[in-house]
Design a protein around this ligand. Structure first.
Ligand SMILES: Nc1ncnc2c1ncn2[C@@H]1O[C@H](COP(=O)(O)OP(=O)(O)OP(=O)(O)O)[C@@H](O)[C@H]1O
Ligand SMILES: [Mg+2]
Length: 466
């Protein structure tokens, strides 16, 4: 913190205000003072304070009330209460309402300075811890994606590697698993970020429009082409062309795109001149393209051109350990949740979230959380609204790959079991061991063997610590 801490003195007694202002003026602090509750609120609205010194009685108003309000509304502002004449009740009340300290009147200058310094030091320590926690959390994120699932961490490093070259990428994954986010990461983390990221949803346009969107046209190419138009492919020159829902492209269009991919040049509709384009291509699909090729619905040569490096995003139900992490991301990133001070999930809500199938994956989770945030009162989300019909299927177990050798299949099932167990009990070893009916040492060993960490499942304890 390079800025000087800003303090707010709230007292209706002008003498005390002056005394404190004078005292703090000799310190590396900035001071403002208010003589009433309303004036104090005005100051707090206008500026960021580190600490407020609040008198118990402010012109007939209750200073403890103000303290409570400050702690609710501006939790980042610490409060020291100045209590009257050694009143223990007041002091206890003040601490209950979230004051970090209290000083009794009449006070010595030394006392005030010490208490202030102590509060600011503690505050700085808190900030440092917060910072370290942030850094730890960084390990679970890439660009705007977060995950602690091992397959996803592998995906992150693949994306990081892909950002450094120009190879064509095919991103697969169910709806809402983050395909677009991943393709943006490739673009924006790499040297092509100076160029454009041009996304085209191949399913959204009918054949003829898609062609003119992609290739552009010259004036007079068709009725209505009254002027030249640069196509999306040309726009992507120097950048990235993102072909979303690539499975919907018709066979004739696939043939045209195939030529572009091979020649790295296009001709506008109605034009007769080749225009070079230097672009990276990322395609995405939630279909199994191999099947489409087998069924004759996708050209094999086109498939091989786009499937140079495949990146698969696993569905959310195969990475339930990400649910708490994603939830805290959503809470942090949601202005209403921040305003409401929402920062917890009840056991019930967590259980609902971690047993649901999530056919719509992360997008669906995000929508469910948004609705829950709207409805929630207090600092806890008690309940979420997810369809319950799928629970039965869910209990049938995860969709593990049946083609695997037995040993690998069982290993996958065990890992899935452990992460769901840890999610359910928020990383508590004792309840986990109890439910799993194994001793704690065995549980510890298994958790470790699967590369999991109980700490990661504790709320607000991401990446260790608390
Ligand atoms: N790992 C992640 N961390 C945080 N947010 C994520 C992550 N993955 C996806 N999201 C969020 O989930 C939503 C869906 O992601 P995205 O649009 O990239 O999915 P998609 O696979 O392209 O879906 P669709 O197939 O429906 O087009 C977005 O709001 C995105 O920000
Ligand atoms: Mg998408």
């Amino acid at each position: 913190m390079s800025n000087e801490p800003r303090l707010l003195v709230v007292d209706d007694d002008a003498l005390i205000r002056e005394e404190l202002e004078g005292l703090f003026a000799s310190q590396p602090y900035e001071v403002e003072s208010a003589e009433s509750v309303s004036e104090a609120l005005e100051h707090l609205n206008g500026n960021e304070f580190s600490l407020a010194l609040v008198d118990v009685r402010i012109g007939g108003k209750n200073g403890i009330e103000l303290t409570k309000r400050i702690r609710d509304r501006w939790p980042e502002v610490d409060v020291i209460m100045i209590t009257g004449h050694g009143s223990i009740e007041n002091a206890v009340d003040a601490m209950k309402q979230g004051a970090v300290d209290y000083i009794t009147k009449p006070f010595q200058a030394e006392e005030i300075l010490m208490a202030t310094q102590k509060a600011l030091e503690r505050r700085q320590m808190r900030e440092e811890i917060e910072y370290l926690r942030e850094q730890l959390r960084e390990r679970y994120s890439f660009a705007n994606m977060v995950s602690r699932n091992e397959d996803m961490l592998e995906v992150f490093s693949t994306l990081e590697m892909l950002a450094r070259n120009d190879v064509t990428v095919l991103i697969t994954g169910e709806s809402g698993t983050g395909k677009e986010l991943a393709s943006r990461a490739i673009h924006f983390q790499g040297k092509r970020k100076v160029g454009r990221f041009v996304a085209i949803n191949c399913a959204a346009l009918p054949e003829n429009l898609l062609e003119s969107e992609l290739f552009g046209y010259e004036r007079g190419a068709f009725t209505g082409a009254v002027s030249d138009r640069v196509g999306k492919i040309e726009h992507a020159d120097g950048g990235t062309l993102f072909l979303d829902e690539v499975e919907t492209i018709s066979a004739p269009m696939q043939a045209k795109l195939l030529r572009v991919l091979e020649e790295r040049a296009i001709e506008r509709l109605g034009g007769n001149q080749k225009i070079d384009v230097d672009m990276r291509v990322v395609a995405a699909t939630n279909e199994n393209l191999e099947e489409l090729v087998k069924d004759g619905r996708m050209r094999e040569d086109f498939y091989y051109r786009i499937n140079v490096v495949p990146v698969h995003l696993p569905p959310l139900r195969e990475r339930v350990e990400d649910i708490p992490l994603l939830v805290s991301e959503f809470l942090r990133g949601n202005p209403l949740a921040r305003e409401k001070g929402l920062n917890r999930l009840s056991d019930k809500a967590l259980n609902q979230l971690s047993t649901y199938e999530w056919p719509g994956n992360i997008r669906e989770l995000s929508n469910v959380m948004e609705r829950a945030i709207l409805r929630a009162r207090g600092d806890t989300i008690r309940e979420v609204d997810v369809p319950t019909g799928k629970m039965g299927e869910r209990n049938a177990g995860p969709k593990l790959n049946f083609e695997l050798p037995l040993r690998e299949y069982l290993k996958g099932a065990e890992r899935d079991y452990l992460s769901r167990l840890l999610t359910k009990h928020q990383g508590g070893i004792t309840p986990c061991a109890k439910q799993a009916a194994v001793d704690q040492a065995t549980l510890h060993r298994k958790i470790k063997a699967h590369g999991l960490r109980a700490n990661d499942f504790r709320q607000n304890g991401r990446g260790g610590g608390s």
